[in-house]
Design a protein around this ligand. Structure first.
Ligand SMILES: NC(=O)c1ccc[n+]([C@@H]2O[C@H](COP(=O)([O-])OP(=O)(O)OC[C@H]3O[C@@H](n4cnc5c(N)ncnc54)[C@H](OP(=O)(O)O)[C@@H]3O)[C@@H](O)[C@H]2O)c1
Length: 334
């Protein structure tokens, strides 16, 4: 059977997607991006991977967030993305913003982890082969490495951009002082940091309290929020137990012991408030992040197109009254 050729929706930029400029750069990103950490690897059916990726692109989600170790298994989200490039997306490459990263354990031995030049260079070459790409749009140092001199990691990013294997450099999960040093180092070499990525959601306000969010904004870097739904806690997913097909049931990155009575009470309170606003909890949690203009894009995860559809509706109302914000703060802190 000849597979149908993918025809993206002609109205993909007219479905309500909002684009925001990444810091002081020429790049605009969709307010919602699709992350491929879970549900896009070899343990998924390729048809679901394909359906979600097509659905996203058809709705203006043109930023796809990958990393060398996404799957599961490691590498397989990038391999599936490579299949999508070959089957669907190649004609639309210039409409897409594709990110990958290196920084976590990827292959055995001392050169398959952390922040050495040796690892970052080799990993990006592998990622590009898996994704069937000539270049990535942004390549991130996935985490701060306290043992490698920061200059070595950053110079590798500079050289990667100069080589054309990535168009921009990004940083993920750097503590404040390392972020400050990195922004300066990169800017002085004319490879300014395009995007700073960190975990940010109603339950995790660290980017506000640590100062990394303000520093990104002041330094002209975009900011992208990951795990905006606290891996599914900030949705209706766990209101009535732990569904068998959920991330929590898998028990890898989201453990069931976080679902205490106190946590459930917080989720229920927020869910009620969301309902009063005419939103689902997921929509409200995403809208809350986007109500801060310093947030360039929010990277969602998903296991179905229905979830992506729900999440897209967040864009319809991203404003909050001060009473709502106060209530959200009280409810989310518990
Ligand atoms: N830089 C880093 O170190 C780092 C770390 C983590 C993540 N990230 C990036 O951020 C992306 C997103 O992270 P995340 O997957 O943790 O994000 P998330 O959006 O907080 O959680 C996604 C999960 O929430 C559930 N969900 C999503 N929408 C829903 C809806 N409308 N209703 C009910 N449930 C819904 C799904 O769970 P089920 O699967 O149970 O259905 C989905 O897999 C990753 O894919 C990755 O690209 C980066």
């Amino acid at each position: 059977m000849i597979e149908p050729v993918y025809q993206p929706s002609p109205s993909r930029y007219e479905n309500g997607m909002i684009f925001r400029r990444a810091g002081r750069s020429g790049v605009q990103l969709p307010a919602l991006s699709l992350g491929m950490w879970h549900n896009f690897g070899s343990e998924q059916t390729f048809s679901n991977v394909q359906e979600m990726a097509h659905y996203a692109f058809d709705h203006g989600i043109v930023y796809f967030d990958l990393a060398n170790n996404y799957g599961p298994a490691y590498g397989t989200a990038e391999e599936n993305f490579g299949r999508l490039m070959e089957r669907s997306f190649r004609p639309y490459r210039d409409e897409m913003f594709i990110a990958t990263k290196a920084g976590y354990d990827m292959w055995p031995g001392p050169y398959g982890n952390w922040g050495s030049r040796k690892y970052l260079m080799a990993s990006l070459d592998q990622s590009l082969r898996r994704m069937k790409l000539d270049y990535a749009d942004v390549f991130y140092s996935h985490r701060y490495d306290p043992e490698t001199p920061l200059e070595e990691t950053l110079q590798a990013l500079v050289d990667i951009v100069r080589s054309g294997k990535a168009l921009y450099a990004g940083l993920s999960r750097y503590p404040l002082e390392a972020e400050r040093f990195a922004f300066r180092y990169l800017a002085e070499r004319d490879v300014p940091c395009l995007l700073f990525q960190d975990k940010y959601n109603l339950f995790n306000r660290e980017p506000e309290t640590s100062g990394v969010l303000s520093l990104a904004a002041e330094s002209g870097s975009g900011f992208v929020a990951f795990s905006p739904l606290a891996q599914g806690l900030l949705t209706g997913r766990y209101l009535n137990g732990i569904p068998q097909d959920s991330r929590m049931a898998e028990g890898r990155s989201l453990r069931s012991d976080v679902l205490t009575d106190a946590m459930l009470a917080r989720i229920r309170g927020l869910n009620d408030l969301a309902r009063r606003r005419g939103q689902t909890l997921a929509e409200m949690a995403l809208a809350w992040l986007l109500s801060d203009k310093r947030v360039t894009s929010v990277i969602i995860g998903a296991s179905s197109t229905a979830q992506i559809a729900d999440n897209l509706r967040a864009l319809e109302n991203t404003s909050f009254s001060s009473e709502e914000l106060t209530e959200i703060d009280a409810l989310s802190r518990g």
